[in-house]
Design a protein around this ligand. Structure first.
Ligand code: B12
Length: 443
């Protein structure tokens, strides 16, 4: 079987180029995420798994290739798929549906499966489009074996696969089981997308020629704005720390990188894992660097010192707010004081500190937002990302706002919402004012 995967682009190549140019100075000054551009690691993992099962797979990475939507039908027919698999986050849903329609124009008989975050949390909205044959809920690797052995003809036998029955009624099933041992999966196929293009972009974004890597899945924390526990589960699972170190080294050598950017939700969830990872890297003495995401309450001097010795260059922290009331709404289980301490620990060790902030959280007043502005100013971070709160399907705050009738009943809403470029306020502060403060913080 030959599967063609599509990573759809939320923006046209022209818009993406313009945004990249418009935001370049801000990015060089330390603003992350003005123009998110990152490799499709989930799909690259599925490509590797299909190949490991002895089948054939190709990835059409539209953002990475800068592909015009009008060129997709030809690319799809030239790729001669037996099945097309498209990935969709909430913000890329309309682009994913457009890709499904492109396929049906040229190869109407080829089945289309749409998977990823959005179908996992809202499968009905995906199957509402007649161009989509199946919506996949959960981790794709668990569905591949049954699909590759002909499961699309008996979809009820494939865990996580939602479909329409003979009467046209939508059948929604539970999520596919989570992969228990991540070490059993092959490494994502970095040759399936233009890795060098992404590495060049990261050079500006992080001052390091690097590419993203993920070594874990899942998160046990209850943050009310986040959807990760709904998609990847609330148990933290990781490949072995030794494999993480050796994969990192191999990738740096293959792609001629200075280091990697670990995109895991929480890199150092387990102290023992982080210790073994650091020791494995130090043993090899390669000098490659890395950066991680973590929580402020997981920044301890001893662990950070060890990671720094192994090459830790930058830590991205979920600081979010200077208002305790807002942190409680977000269920972050941290205090502004904890954030101050974490940044101090990093600065003392010479590790760069970056902070994610969020304004416009439901219930916020101008005073709450000002506290966030003041905290961001005090911390003197090396890099920041300032978002305006966006309700994400799959998160607890989304469910709450939906219950309160505050989510607009308009499917186009989700292609407009974007953390760094949003146009809807869910708090007491009007959008124009939030935008002003967002700009002030970013400066
Ligand atoms: C890296 C990342 C990005 C990257 C790249 C995303 C990409 N296209 O791959 C970038 C920076 C571009 C990005 C941007 C955004 N992101 Co983001 N991102 C992540 C992050 C940290 C990791 C994603 C990942 O690689 N996971 C690992 C792989 C293995 O999982 P996966 O890609 O979901 O794929 C698996 C399954 O979903 C499934 N699957 C996926 N596709 C398909 C297709 C088929 C056919 C099948 C069968 C299965 C399948 O199988 C895969 C393997 O198991 C997650 C959080 C997290 N820790 O997971 C947030 C996350 C996905 N992002 C999120 C959000 C909100 C955004 C933004 C909207 C934020 C913003 N700045 O405005 C933007 C969207 C921009 C856009 N252009 O649309 C949310 C999504 C919530 C939602 N309801 O959609 C998440 C869950 C974080 C959160 N806060 O809750 N993101």
């Amino acid at each position: 079987m030959r599967i063609v995967f599509v990573h759809p682009a939320a923006k046209s190549p022209k818009q993406a180029r313009e945004d990249a140019r418009r935001h370049r100075q801000a990015i060089l000054r330390g603003n992350m995420y003005f123009h998110p551009f990152e490799p499709p690691l989930g799909l690259a993992g599925l490509v590797a798994s299909v190949k490991a099962h002895g089948h054939d797979a190709v990835l059409i990475d539209m953002p990475g290739l800068g592909m015009e939507p009008g060129d997709l039908p030809r690319a799809l027919s030239e790729a001669r798929p037996d099945m097309v698999g498209i990935s969709a986050m909430t913000t890329t849903l309309s682009a994913a549906l457009a890709a499904a329609r492109s396929l049906k124009q040229v190869l109407p008989g080829v089945p289309v499966v749409v998977g990823g975050v959005h179908p996992t949390v809202a499968p009905e909205s995906v199957l509402a489009d007649p161009a989509v044959d199946f919506a996949a809920r959960g981790e794709g690797e668990s569905m591949l074996m049954p699909i590759l052995s002909g499961g699309l003809t008996r979809p009820a036998s494939v865990p996580g696969l939602c479909f329409r029955d003979r009467t046209g009624a939508v059948k929604v099933t539970g999520k596919a089981p989570l992969v228990r041992e991540l070490d059993t999966l092959p490494e994502p196929d970095y040759a399936s997308f233009p890795a060098k293009t992404y590495a060049e972009y990261t050079t500006d974004l992080r001052g390091m020629r690097a590419i993203s890597m993920m070594v874990s899945r899942g998160c046990p924390y209850p943050c009310s704005f986040c959807a990760v526990s709904q998609t990847m589960g609330s148990k933290w699972r990781a490949i072995s720390p030794e494999s993480a170190a050796s994969r990192m080294i191999r990738l740096c050598r293959q792609l001629d990188l200075e280091g990697v950017w670990f995109k895991d939700s929480v890199f150092n969830m387990r102290p023992e894992w982080a210790r073994r990872f650091s020791q494995s890297l130090m043993r090899e003495k390669t000098g490659f660097k890395f950066s991680i995401n973590t929580r402020v309450d997981l920044v301890t001097p001893k662990e950070m010192e060890l990671l720094a010795k192994a090459g830790l260059e930058q830590v991205d922290l979920g600081i979010e707010s200077g208002s305790q009331k807002t942190l409680d709404t977000l269920k972050k289980m941290i205090t502004p004081q904890k954030s101050r301490q974490a940044v101090e620990v990093l600065k003392d060790l010479g590790i760069k500190a970056a902070g994610f902030f969020m304004i416009g959280v439901p219930g916020e007043t101008e005073d709450d937002v000002k506290r966030t502005l003041d905290l961001a100013g005090d911390l003197q971070l090396d890099r920041v990302s300032v978002s305006v709160f966006t309700p994400l399907p799959g998160s607890a705050l989304y469910e709450r706002l939906l219950g309160e009738g505050r989510i607009p009943d308009d499917p186009a809403f989700f292609s407009r919402v974007h953390f760094t470029d949003s146009d809807v306020s869910f708090c007491e502060v009007p959008m124009e004012r939030l935008r002003e403060i967002q700009e002030q913080m970013s400066r």
